[in-house]
Design a protein around this ligand. Structure first.
Ligand SMILES: [Zn+2]
Ligand SMILES: [Zn+2]
Length: 659
């Protein structure tokens, strides 16, 4: 026995050692989707989103940053989702403006009479300061990640071409200026290379991208969160990677960039970072800029309150410790990174578009090539916005609404949305039989959950992705909105599924999940026909990518213990992983489900679990369901709502005691 247990322990140790090895780390990241191939898919999705956003905003915006670059926008998996602490970055160049930089501008042709600006340590010296906030941030809200919009001014030329050429032999992009200064300067604008950076990041091989992911993880999460040592950020990780690419040659086939070298490369990077830190005596500076060797990069929040936190020394010490033992990093990463359960990308582009009021649309334009190929998607977004507004308007006219809806009729890829809105229009104008007919059509209609990599791939390299037009993937929308939704003609619970998120002015929107609406409309309108509820089908559909509304819907209509428990668990997981930026209304909804779970799990017997036969108990529950929906809509008196909340608090306490 003793021998066996010794052997077992030794084997476990060996397995652990092997897991810690290079191949293990490489495999861990590859299994979670951190590969060149999936990064390419992510980049194509970003390009697609940019194409549609540009049609809507007409400001020529360009996506930059990790979402567009395809690497480490989320540390968990590469499946189209954005991490709670990541964002989508846009750069908008001011129209008709151009600056000239000394050292960049060639002072020929149209630049003959230009007065180039002097550039000091990467900052162009200007007469009037523009502040040091480069971007306007629309905070994360509901399913929308934060979006940064950086207004910039284009320069007439590139800058430090010899440095760019080290990593990009064929890049002719110009640089631009953004509102940012050195820690104690004013009246200057920072030279930005974000377009060149995007180009470099988009050409990384799997091993190069994985090295970046590791460095970013250490700088952005491990140091500040686990080791309580803030100071470094994503831009430092990117810069360090660029220096590593320069040192080891970018070509992915050379010996350095192989899976078995990943840990050696990481250690080499940390050594390089330490020597950068030591090469400057200033407490604010941590490394040189990759493209502008005379410009230092500063620690995060440098200059604010002096060197109060002793940032430089602390970061240096932590990096030294990591350099000699990276097992802590690997362990943390192992807890975070998760293997893909599916190859799919969960991409809901109509929830991610900038929330500018879409233009009025009377037809869906056609087009084969960029940018015309994006017109139809922007047009559909506009029509959906129009119809949802029209449905809420008290003065809306039936024929106008039906005409707008008919614009969408032929499109398969947004059919669920069209059918739902048409059913709603019939309900609005008192045509319940027509609405029922559409509910039955919805019952037969299937939407797709997630896009397969082959759906995203283009025919030719570098051609924009064409999303499938014969399957329905466009059923989640965030629509610009500034007042609470009003759909009094809908069943009460169905009304609660329109989630208005109005607390953040720049991110105010109405969230509409048409798949979820479709389930609720079927459940309500086909109540007396079997089978009105298709819970097993709902569950199968939602499991890869559920949202709070869908889980609430399942818990609302089903009295099966298992269904309610599943809803609660999934909602708590969304909350824990911060997949949705939650507000009070979401907490309350989770509270409702928790209360229901407590109720169904304490109910004697489980005879009604199947939902097939209805008893007086079921009718009682129908009544309660109705009350809940009314309370959520604010239709019942405040006291009742307060009572319900008290009973919920009570329930929660007893539930916690049960645990
Ligand atoms: Zn950002
Ligand atoms: Zn010029």
């Amino acid at each position: 026995m003793l021998l066996i247990s010794i052997i077992k322990t030794a084997l476990e140790l060996l397995v652990k050692l092997l897991e810690l090895s290079n191949e293990g780390l490489h495999r861990l990241l590859s299994d979670a989707g951190f590969t060149e191939q999936r990064a390419k898919c992510q980049q194509r999705l970003a390009d697609w989103l940019q194409g549609v956003a540009r049609v809507l905003t007409q400001d020529g915006r360009q996506m930059t940053g990790s979402y567009a670059e395809g690497w480490a926008n989320s540390m968990v998996q590469v499946n189209g989702r954005t991490a709670a602490d990541s964002d989508i970055d846009w750069t908008v160049l001011a129209p008709g403006q151009e600056f000239h930089l000394r050292g960049g501008c060639e002072r020929k042709g149209s630049c003959k009479d230009a007065t180039p600006l002097q550039v000091k340590e990467g900052h162009a010296q200007v007469a009037v300061g523009a502040g040091s906030q480069p971007a306007v941030t629309a905070t994360a809200c509901g399913v929308r990640p934060a979006q940064d919009t950086c207004h910039a001014i284009e320069c007439c030329s590139s800058f430090f071409k010899n440095r760019i050429r080290k990593l990009l032999p064929y890049n002719f992009d110009k640089v631009h200026l953004v509102r940012a200064t050195r820690p104690s300067s004013t009246n200057e604008l920072r030279v930005s290379f974000s377009f060149q950076e995007k180009d470099i990041m988009r050409n990384l091989s799997t091993d190069q991208g994985q090295l970046f992911t590791l460095i970013k993880f250490i700088f952005k999460r491990h140091l500040p969160l686990t080791l309580d040592t803030p100071g470094l950020k994503t831009y430092h990780a990117k810069t360090l990677l660029f220096f590593m690419l320069e040192k080891n040659d970018t070509h992915p086939s050379i010996e350095a960039w192989q899976p078995h070298n990943l840990i050696a490369l990481l250690k080499e990077s940390l050594d390089m970072m330490l020597s950068f830190i030591d090469s400057s005596s200033s407490p604010n500076e941590c490394m040189p800029h990759f493209f502008m060797p005379d410009a230092p990069l500063y620690f995060k929040n440098a200059g604010i309150g002096g060197d109060f936190d002793n940032t430089k020394a602390r970061v240096r010490d932590r990096l030294c410790e990591l350099r000699s033992d990276i097992s802590g990093v690997v362990e943390q990463l192992r807890g975070l990174v998760r293997p893909l359960q599916s190859e799919k990308f969960y991409f809901h582009p109509f929830t991610l578009l900038p929330l500018t009021a879409p233009p009025a649309v009377t037809e869906i334009r056609k087009g084969m090539y960029s940018p015309e190929m994006y017109y139809k998607f922007a047009d559909v977004y506009s029509v959906v916005h129009q119809c949802v507004s029209e449905l809420q308007s008290e003065s809306s006219d039936r024929d106008t609404l039906m005409r707008q809806l008919s614009i969408l009729q032929q499109l398969q890829w947004c059919k669920c949305a069209t059918l739902c809105m048409t059913a709603m229009a019939h309900l609005k104008f008192g045509e319940s039989e027509e609405a029922e007919r559409l509910a039955m059509e919805l019952q037969r209609h299937h939407v797709v959950s997630g896009l397969k990599p082959q759906d995203i791939q283009a025919d030719k390299y570098d051609e924009p992705a064409k999303l499938p037009e014969d399957s329905d993937w466009a059923w989640r929308f965030c629509l610009p909105c500034d007042s609470p939704p009003r759909f009094p003609f809908l069943p009460e619970f169905t009304q609660t599924l329109f989630t208005a998120r109005l607390s953040q002015p720049l991110s105010s929107h109405l969230y509409v999940n048409f798949r979820c609406l479709s389930w609720s409309l079927q459940a309500e309108l086909l109540r007396n026909r079997a089978p009105a509820y298709a819970f097993d089908h709902w569950i199968k559909e939602l499991l890869g990518d559920p949202d709070l509304e869908e889980l609430l819907t399942l818990a609302h209509y089903s009295d099966c213990r298992w269904h309610v428990r599943l809803s609660l668990q999934q909602m708590e997981m969304i909350e824990k992983e911060r997949r949705v930026a939650m507000e009070t209304q979401d907490e309350e909804n989770i509270g409702w489900v928790r209360q229901k779970w407590w109720r169904v799990s304490n109910r004697s017997g489980s005879g009604s679990d199947s939902g097939a036969h209805r008893s007086s108990e079921d009718e009682e529950e129908d009544e309660e369901r109705r009350l809940w929906a009314r309370a959520r809509l604010g239709l019942v008196a405040m006291e009742t709502a307060a009572e319900q909340r008290d009973s919920w608090t009570h329930t929660k306490v007893s539930w916690m005691r049960l645990q």
